[in-house]
Design a protein around this ligand. Structure first.
Ligand SMILES: C[S@@+](CC[C@H](N)C(=O)[O-])C[C@H]1O[C@@H](n2cnc3c(N)ncnc32)[C@H](O)[C@@H]1O
Length: 488
């Protein structure tokens, strides 16, 4: 390690910043945010720096710094981008025994300024030792994306219970488990979701019970929508719960690349359904979830798309409620939305459709005879789930009800995935075209004049009936290779 990482308590101490431009302004802002008194120097400060004037603790001097200005400073920043000036500043700092950092000049740095992820009071600092600041910035962006914005406030919130927890749970091991569960469990989740009252109630409740008892016996269920297939479309929350579960129950629609992101040690149970082939009855899935949760497991019920849109999420979760099992539900991008977007077909558009309906063409007992003349009409978009097998019936039903058979239709197979296929045809010809192309499930059918917009908006380059889409996550295949998922 080339540098010693430390976080300085700089409150009330003096920081000198030399420079009048953007870099200097950023240094000034950061030092002020940490509570320092800042002396900024530049003969002609820019508006950006001047814009900070008036902030408590900041003095802007419209001149060059001098050797005597270093005295009493805790640290010095050089940000003038003038080599001679920077060099002078560095020498003066050394002589005054003050640590100095010159921007973009590693040899003239006693310390480096890391990229930071600020979730105060939690601060994550990233440094490449000055070797590749861009890598630090990219890394920072990635970390930013996986840590919920309120995570720092969660630290302050839970910190307020510290003394009570210490008094209530005397065993160090049990106390640690209590903390883990509080932050990485329902209380933490409630807080991050903005529900402070429920988070408080949960902690109070857990504290009241014997902590050890609570920790060992209570499980919970996460009903999570994983979206239509592209792992990049998972929500942060979905990913977090996927990383936390002990057992995962997953469907056919959840692809291997998404399963590769589930916690490595979690037990995997395939409860998938092929159309007309229910490998595990709905009732049995619900019973299994209840049993696993009662055994103290964190159970992830992972479903394709959104669990509450043709996903039977409601049915599965009812049983949990009846059995007093605590659960969370995470929405996912539903197939109609994902498929439309990746096919370049907006579901609504002011010139084409002011409304949109999601229907399933498949009822409990097979094909549904819907009011196609109402569902397929000008100014409206129809998105049909589970409609591929019943497409000929849909077309003839529509014809019988006098629907305009020139209405454009798109059939999107494996929407959002690397092997997405899109077919378009007028309603009169679509069933034949699909049969000839041999499209298979999962497929989404979009009906309405919005389909014509695809000619302009086909951003994935996925041509009709072809498989030209190459934009799916490039990082997941290597992960998949490490953790192969077995699936019947
Ligand atoms: C049982 S439903 C589940 C829907 C899911 N809950 C959702 O919100 O997307 C399954 C149907 O969703 C559609 N579907 C799901 N994923 C799809 C995908 N990647 N491409 C095309 N259609 C998809 C198909 O119509 C499939 O038959």
């Amino acid at each position: 390690m080339d540098y010693l990482p430390v976080f300085l308590d700089i409150r009330g101490r003096c920081v000198l910043v030399d420079g009048g431009d953007t870099i200097a302004a950023r240094r000034v802002e950061r030092a002020l945010a940490a509570g320092a008194n800042v002396r900024a120097f530049d003969p002609a400060p820019t508006l950006e720096l001047l814009g900070l004037s008036g902030q408590p603790g900041l003095t802007i001097h419209s001149r060059l710094p001098q050797a005597g200005d270093m005295i009493g400073c805790a640290i010095v920043y050089g940000a003038s981008e003038d080599r001679a000036r920077d060099e002078r500043l560095y020498e003066w700092s050394r002589a005054a025994n003050v640590l100095c950092n010159i921007a973009d000049w590693t040899e003239k740095c006693d310390f480096i300024t890391p990229s930071i992820v600020d979730r105060s009071p939690i601060v994550i600092a990233i440094s490449t030792g000055g070797a590749a600041p861009v890598i630090a910035r990219i890394l920072r962006a990635r970390i930013e994306s996986i840590i919920p914005a309120a995570f720092g406030q969660l630290a302050s919130f839970t910190g307020a219970f510290r003394a009570r927890i210490a008094a209530a749970i005397t065993s160090g091991r049990d106390r640690r488990r209590f903390w883990e569960r509080m932050i990485d469990g329902p209380a933490g989740d409630f807080f991050l979701a903005g529900n402070t009252d429920r988070a408080t109630a949960q902690i109070e409740n857990d504290l009241k019970k014997s902590a050890a008892d609570t920790l060992q016996k209570t499980g919970e269920v996460y009903l999570v929508g994983s979206g239509p297939g592209d792992p990049d479309l998972l929500t942060f929350r979905a990913l977090r719960l996927m990383q936390r579960c002990d057992v995962v129950l997953y469907d056919r629609l959840v692809g291997d690349d998404i399963m590769a992101l589930v916690r490595r040690d979690a037990t995997r149970v395939y409860v998938g359904k092929l159309p007309q082939d229910h490998s595990m009855a709905q009732e049995d899935i619900s019973d299994l979830m209840v049993r696993l949760a009662k055994d103290g497991n964190r159970v992830l019920r992972l479903k394709g798309g959104d669990p509450f849109i043709f996903g039977r999420g409601g049915e599965e979760i009812e049983k949990l409620a009846e059995n007093g099992i605590s659960f969370q539900i995470v929405p996912g991008i539903t197939a109609a939305s994902g498929c439309g977007t990746y096919a370049g077909i907006p579901l609504t558009h002011r010139d084409h459709a002011q409304s949109c309906t999601f229907v399933t063409a498949h009822g409990k007992d097979g094909a549904l005879a819907l009011e196609w003349n109402i569902l397929i009409r000008p100014g409206h978009t129809l998105a049909v789930y589970m409609g591929l097998g019943n497409l000929p019936a849909l077309v003839s039903g529509a014809r019988d009800l006098g629907v305009d058979m020139t209405t454009p239709v798109a059939v999107i197979q494996n929407g959002t995935r690397a092997n997405q296929v899109v077919l378009t045809a007028p309603l009169s010809k679509v069933a034949d075209k699909v049969a000839k192309a041999g499209l298979t499930s999962p497929a989404m059918i979009i009906i309405g004049s919005v389909v014509t917009l695809r000619d302009k908006l086909n951003w994935t380059g996925n041509f009709d009936g072809g498989q030209a889409m190459a934009l799916s996550s490039s990082t997941t295949p290597s992960v998949m290779a490490q953790h192969p998922t077995t699936r019947p």
